[in-house]
Design a protein around this ligand. Structure first.
Ligand SMILES: C[S@@+](CC[C@H](N)C(=O)[O-])C[C@H]1O[C@@H](n2cnc3c(N)ncnc32)[C@H](O)[C@@H]1O
Length: 160
């Protein structure tokens, strides 16, 4: 019985490796750095593809920036829902595979903390979905063959 429970708990964390990066939250200082680089105004929309526990969206909401987060792991999704409840006027968390979703056209900034192996595919998706001049911040991982606008604290800023 205990093995079954352990299996059920571990399964979503293992399966996520087929779709994107595993759960690892961005610290508050880096989240604030990312938001600064994204240069969003109050009321503008930030999308976090693989939002984890909502760490970045919460910091953004505190500045009046609206956010949508996609999270595939049901346990992390529930944690994100609970953590962002206080900011629910600003933050929406969706339990979805972001690869299957079209990024809303009014999006002004995107944040990702994925893995090297997904960056090329991500670039194709963003090139298709984003309006020109939308800003992307990628934590740690670079997009192959795309010019980095600026890097601060391992946060890479790109402009589409
Ligand atoms: C490295 S964590 C980053 C979390 C958050 N963005 C942050 O910086 O604090 C990556 C998150 O993306 C989620 N994830 C990975 N692939 C996904 C996918 N295809 N769709 C939605 N969420 C995904 C994982 O479950 C994990 O919580």
């Amino acid at each position: 019985m205990i093995w079954l429970v352990a299996f059920i708990i571990v399964l979503p964390f293992s399966l996520v490796l087929f779709f994107g990066a595993p759960y690892l939250p961005t610290r508050q200082r880096q989240a604030l750095q990312a938001i600064k680089l994204l240069n969003l105004k109050k009321g503008e929309l930030l999308v976090d593809l693989g939002c984890g526990d909502g760490a970045v969206l919460i910091q953004a909401a505190k500045l009046g920036i609206r956010g949508i987060g996609y999270e595939i792991n049901p346990y992390i999704y529930i944690i994100a829902k609970i953590r962002t409840w206080k900011y629910r006027k600003f933050v929406t968390i969706k339990m979805k595979n972001f690869w299957d979703e079209t990024i809303p056209p009014e999006t002004k900034g995107v944040f990702v903390f994925l893995l090297d192996k997904y960056m090329e595919r991500l670039n194709l998706k963003l090139t298709r979905d984003l309006k020109p001049k939308t800003r992307l911040v990628s934590y740690s991982f670079e997009i192959p063959n795309k010019k980095i606008h600026k890097t601060v604290d391992a946060m890479h800023l790109y402009i589409y």
